[in-house]
Structures are given as C-alpha cells and as structure tokens.
Design a protein around this ligand. Structure first.
Ligand code: SAM
Ligand code: SF4
Length: 472
C-alpha cells in the first residue's frame, strides 16, 4: 500500500511528539455541524478506501443526527466489503500486576493497598497457557504492569515460555502479542527477538493536560515517553504495532482525532500504519474513579464507525470490558477482533493454585466462554477465525495486504479462517456449536472462488482425518 500522509502543524519526525491539541480542537470546532454534502463527500472518500485526514475525520465526528445514520451505514458496508464476515478471536493473559506507576483509573497502581500483587512463575504460565489451549485458543496477548521486574529479558522469556507450551490434540499458541510499558529501542529489540506478534500500547488520552491529571506518578507520567514508544518499537524493527485510547478520560472526539493523527505519524515516519486500534472504555476498578468524560453507548459505537471509515486498513479490537449487547453492535460497524472466555484475575484460567482474588485490573462485562462466543458469532452469520498464517509465513504488514492486494482475502484470509474454525470445531467445540459451525463452513466454502474452494475442501478432509495446522 502506498501512503500519502498529510502534513500537520507539528512535523512528523521519528521520536518527536506530534500532537498539537489546539490544531485538533480547532478542527473539531470548525467542522461541527458540517453540511450533509460535506459528510457525503467524506463518506465517498472512505468508500474509495482512502484513509481520512484529520479535517475529514472531524467532519464525521461533528455530523448531525441524520448524517450519523449514513456514516453508520457506510461503516457497515465498508467493513463487509473489506473484511467479509471474519472475526478474529484471542485471549488476554495477565502475567503480573506489580506496578510502579500511579494511573488514577487502574487497580494495579503502585499506591493501591487492596490489590493482591501476583506475578506468574514460569510453571504457572505453562499451566495458564495449557488451560487456554484446552479451550481452543491459538492467539494470546500477554499483559504486564510496569515494574523493574518486568524488564525486556523477562518479557522475552514469558513470550518464549508461552510459545513452548503444547497440549493434546494439537494445542499450541501460534501468535503471542504483548501489551507492556514503553521500552527503549534496545529493550524492544530484545522482545522482538522472542518472536512477538503485535506490540500494543495505549496512549490512554492524547490530550496532554488530561494525561497529566490521570498519571500521577512513575515513568508513565511522562506523556512524551509514551507517545513516542511506537517510534522506538519501529526503530527496533517491530513493524506490527497496536494503538489505543482509554475512552472516558477526555472528550472522545478528541481521542478519535488523536488515534488518526498517530496513524498519520507512523505512516509518515516509517511507511507503515498501525495493525490494530483499541478503544477501551473505563470500567469499575478498585480505583473507582468515575470517568470525567463518560462516553454513552451510542457515541461509543459511532466512534468505532468513524474509525472504521478513517483508517480502513486497520483491525479494530473490542474487549470483554464491554457487555455482549454492545459487542454485537460494534462488530457490525467495524470491530474485527474480540477476546473470548476472558478472565482477568491472575492465574484464573487454570484456577489453581495461583488464582488470586483481588488481583484483576478492572471489571469485565462479557464473561461468556469461548465456545459460547463462537456459537453466537456463527449464529449471527460471522466466521470466527483463529488464523495466524500471515505472521508465521512472514507476510508482515498483512493488514495492508488484506486491504489492498486484490483477491487476498478470498485466497488467504477466508480459507484460513475456515480451516482454523474447522480445527476448533473438531477439537474443542460443544456438540451444538460444532453442528452449527460445520454448517457455516459449508456455506463459507461455497462462497469461495472455485479454485480456492477446491483447495480448501481438500484441506478440510485432512483436518477431519486428524491433521492440524494447515494454512495458505
Ligand atoms: N502497564 C501497561 C500499561 O499501562 O501500558 C499495561 C497496561 S494495562 C494492564 C492495559 C490497559 O488497560 C491500559 O493501557 C488501560 O488503557 C486499560 N485500563 C486500565 N484501567 C482500566 C479500567 N479501569 N477500565 C478499563 N480499562 C482500563
Ligand atoms: Fe500500571 Fe498500566 Fe495500571 Fe498504569 S495502567 S497503574 S501502568 S498497570
């Protein structure tokens, strides 16, 4: 994909801050209540697969109630056209909750006396990963507090330990992503060598003033160190990165603009945009901080639709922080990855002996098992996918390929989603979900181009006779 990044008030230079709050605020004010024709023109650009500029994004964010309906419909159409019905599944694995920072919204913050501190030992990690494999997971994100104990060598070791865990029949984690505090370039090199998939980090809020009010101590109080972390990751050769903003700290429109501005910065400096964008909403935690700028469900889903249109090549992640009803809606308008069977208490996937009550970061609102989620997705016409093929084939930048290489999804993503779902159904699904799932696979194969359908059917036969890990 060829990027044509825009130029903004602060020039995009590697390692240098790029958010100008005044520029963003002015655009939001100027474009509020933009005419229907302006909104239509921006929708037209997005439907032509152009990444939107800040000013175009502001037009969508300021749209009237009527125009919002058209934006939602366009996001739904774009999502279907670009991504089809696939939804990628993963699980978070909290490795340790020690933390030297004082983020006002988080139970892990250093001064939270009631949080039970826990770091999984190597053998506890193995048990947790075994438990996740035994329900069918193939893709994890490891999550850590910020603490000297979780240095790059430690993170790299936990990643390698996770990759090394095998269970019968054919259980293995094929892609390990991480969500960890910003590192130096050297530190990022160390974790890259362990074979991480995506390095994910959330700026929390792109507004420097608000950031200062919530990040009260520790290294994370340094806004610029965090804002430039993905530049250092890129410099270390990690070109697969995930952005995010914690919605509720500041005006959500500003945060959407911040995410788009960050995308432009990465494109301008490194020729590659983010693999994923996340937009967690603040949930109850032992910090019990009420969100200063709460985002209602309607605005939340709208923010997702705007992101879908503004950065059409990037995966959008929505976690079990949100209830099933919100997740179901958000999937329609843009979300492409969700977690399933999530537990946040440290050690709780294996349930013994490490599960520590009071060790979780915040409350989750979707506690459905992976099997229930797969069942629900299939029932609603989606194709759950456990695919990790591009990463393992060295096709980095797959999100751009999916998006911009004609036929890529039909030749690779669709068939691989089908094959990985078949493995899941054969090995882990309940009888009801398996029955529905095989019917969905039949329908999905029938929609593939002829040659891809033939090749996929051959591989499905091999999966039925016990072979595993087949992909294109
Ligand atoms: N310590 C690392 C860091 O701060 O980047 C790991 C982050 S934390 C374990 C993962 C993310 O959870 C944070 O970046 C934040 O956005 C989110 N988070 C923290 N407290 C939350 C809360 N009360 N509700 C929802 N999300 C929360
Ligand atoms: Fe620590 Fe991260 Fe929680 Fe902040 S959000 S207190 S850095 S774990």
């Amino acid at each position: 994909m060829i990027f044509r990044p825009q130029r903004y008030r602060l020039p995009d230079r590697p390692g240098e801050p790029f958010i100008d709050p005044e520029e963003i605020e002015n655009l939001l004010v100027q474009k509020a209540g933009a005419s229907a024709a302006e909104v239509e023109a921006v929708i037209g650009r997005a439907m032509a697969r152009q990444r939107l500029s800040l000013s175009e994004t502001a037009v969508l964010l300021g749209a009237s109630a009527d125009a919002r309906e058209r934006v939602l419909a366009a996001a739904e159409r774009l999502k279907r056209e670009v991504y089809g019905s696939r939804i990628v599944l993963f699980a978070p694995l909290y490795v340790g909750n020690r933390c030297t920072n004082r983020c006002a919204y988080c139970s892990f913050r250093a001064d939270s006396a009631d949080t039970v501190r826990k770091t999984l030992t190597d053998s506890e990690i193995v048990r947790e990963v075994e438990a996740l494999e035994r329900v069918g997971h193939k893709r994890l994100i490891l999550v850590y507090g910020e603490h000297p104990a979780y240095d790059p060598a430690y993170i790299a070791r936990t990643v390698r330990t996770t990759y090394g865990v095998r269970t019968e029949p054919g259980g293995e984690i094929r892609r390990v992503n991480i969500n960890a505090a910003p590192l130096s370039v050297e530190g990022f090199r160390t974790v890259r060598e362990a074979g991480i998939g995506t390095y994910q980090i959330f700026q929390e809020t792109y507004h420097r003033g608000a950031y200062g009010r919530y990040h009260l101590g520790g290294r994370k109080a340094d806004y610029d160190w965090r804002l430039t972390s993905l530049d250092r990751a890129m410099e270390a050769g990690i070109d697969d990165v995930g952005l995010g903003a914690l919605l509720g700290l500041h005006d959500w429109r500003f945060e959407v603009m911040g995410l788009v501005r960050h995308t432009n910065h990465l494109e301008a400096c490194f020729g590659v945009g983010p693999h994923t964008i996340s937009f967690p909403r603040i949930k109850e935690s032992s910090a019990s901080l009420p969100a200063a700028s709460p985002v209602g469900d309607e605005d939340f889903v709208y923010a997702i639709a705007v992101l879908r249109l503004a950065v059409p090549y990037t995966g959008l992640i929505l976690t079990a922080r949100e209830p099933a009803s919100v997740r179901d809606r958000a999937i329609r308008y843009g979300v492409s990855q969700i977690d399933g069977g999530t537990r946040l208490e440290i050690g709780s996937y294996s349930g013994e002996p490490a599960a520590e009550q009071g060790s979780s970061q915040f409350a989750i609102h979707d506690s459905r098992s992976l099997d229930e989620i797969v069942g629900r997705l299939v029932e609603s016409g989606y194709l759950p996918s456990f695919c990790t093929a591009c990463y393992r084939r060295g096709r980095t930048g797959e999100h751009f390929m999916e998006f911009s290489v004609p036929g890529f999804i039909k030749r690779f993503c669709g068939p691989n989603a089908i094959l990985t779902l078949a493995e899941y159904l054969a090995d882990y699904a309940s009888p009801v979900v398996a029955e529905r799932g095989w019917a969905a696979i039949d329908r999905a194969v029938a929609e593939l181009p002829a040659e891809a359908a033939v090749q996929t059917r051959l591989r499905l036969e091999r999966i039925r006779t016990g072979e595993r890990d087949l992909y294109f």
